[in-house]
Design a protein around this ligand. Structure first.
Ligand code: GTP
Length: 368
């Protein structure tokens, strides 16, 4: 069985991270996100995937080319010239499908411990034309909700309802099983949305079923959810399955005197950690990062080559590749710093501020 993975979107909500890295390759625990998707497919016994590409296809293809452990797992590339949307992307991948059985389709930004096998088996048992997997969320107001009948047929879709209209907390988990005739019926070479066009049409005809999963699920579409997904993988909730004391510090890492590294943490190859620095509260440091003396990094993702200078603080934020956070600067509150940006001495960034790549904030004098 093959899968189609939708990885062609612009990832606008995750900018500036996605200006230089497609969402499918942003690292979690220093492993490109697509690696987790491939693990999920292989665990389910799926033996190949078609990557439905649009935005930044080259680094995704290079990532696959560099993997030497995909024996027996086929990868094909369907590249769009213009964005075709979620169903258009599936249609564009159709020519790479072999045989005639159902196909699993995944949004390429979903991290889950869900059993794809269970979804496929239910799809077949129900004789569905299409099956949408659903997951429950605590606050359903921000999502499109899906109401389900007792026999698991989809009853209706509710798009971002107000709190008094809420009848369910089940949302589309971005993983589908589709019969081939459903893919055949999608018009070619035009933008089509599976959520807004294909599924409502199938629901009217009664062929659309839901598979509800209670397994771990999160998408990484926003800075908040990307950071949360990273924390969850580090603490073993999903992915690698390590326990809460997870600590990965390679021998190429140099650690200064009295520096504290508190698990769960991953420290990439070649990092240098200064004296008295503190790294903890679920941190992922990419390759060749430098953390200065007395600096503190907490609950954050720091990408390759970033420098956090002496006495600087990074807390609950995402620091892009080759960023420099200068002496004594503070970056907190879900700030997101684009690749190569510089936060000059004495700056305090907070409240989800996003810095575009290569922006340089001048130093600020600090008065006490
Ligand atoms: P935002 O711009 O932040 O909404 O992110 P996105 O572009 O990834 O869109 P969204 O999160 O809605 O997309 C869900 C999944 O579908 C992601 O894995 C996207 O990569 C993928 N996707 C979205 N639009 C397209 C498209 O036009 N073509 C293809 N091939 N995939 C798409």
């Amino acid at each position: 069985m093959q899968a189609i993975i939708l990885v062609g979107g612009l990832g606008t909500r995750l900018r500036p991270v996605t200006y230089d890295t497609p969402k499918a390759l942003v690292p979690i625990r220093n492993k490109p996100f697509l690696g987790y998707t491939i693990d999920l497919l292989r665990e389910a016994g799926i033996d190949g995937m078609v990557l439905s590409l649009g935005y930044m296809p080259d680094p995704i293809q290079s990532y696959i080319a560099e993997r030497d452990d995909l024996d027996g797992f086929t990868v094909d590339y369907a590249i769009e010239k213009t964005a075709l949307g979620t169903a258009g992307g599936i249609k564009n991948a159709e020519r790479f499908l072999r045989g005639d059985g159902p196909v699993v389709v995944l949004n390429g930004d979903v991290l889950t411990g869900m059993s794809l096998r269970a979804a496929i088996e239910q799809h077949e048992a129900k004789g569905a034309r299409a099956t949408i997997t659903l997951t429950s969320v605590e606050d359903p107001t921000a999502y499109g909700l899906v109401e389900v009948e007792h026999d698991m047929k989809v009853r209706r879709f509710l798009e971002k309802p107000s709190s008094d209209e809420i009848t369910t907390n089940l949302i589309n988990a971005g993983i589908y099983v589709l019969d081939r005739e459903v893919i055949r019926s999608i018009p070619a070479d035009q933008e089509v949305s599976i959520e807004r066009e294909v599924f409502p049409h199938l629901q009217e005809g009664g062929g659309l079923y839901a598979h509800v999963s209670s397994s771990y699920w999160r998408d990484i579409g926003t800075p908040r959810s990307y950071l949360a997904a990273s924390n969850d993988v580090l603490s073993g909730a999903v992915g690698a399955g390590e326990d809460f004391d997870y600590l990965e510090v390679d021998s190429s890492v140099s650690v200064g005197k009295n520096a504290k590294i508190l698990p769960p943490v991953v420290v990439g190859l070649g990092c240098r950690i200064g004296d008295l620095a503190t790294i903890g509260g679920r941190v992922s440091l990419g390759k060749n990062c430098r953390i200065g003396a007395g600096a503190m990094v907490e609950g954050s993702i720091v990408l390759d080559g970033a420098v956090i200078e002496d006495g600087a603080v990074v807390r609950g934020s995402i620091v892009g590749k080759d960023v420099r956070v200068c002496r004594g600067a503070i970056v907190r509150g879900l700030s997101v710093l684009g690749a190569g940006s510089v936060v000059g001495e004495g700056n305090v960034l907070d409240l989800g501020i996003r810095l575009n790549p290569k922006v340089e904030l001048a130093p600020r004098s600090v008065s006490f």
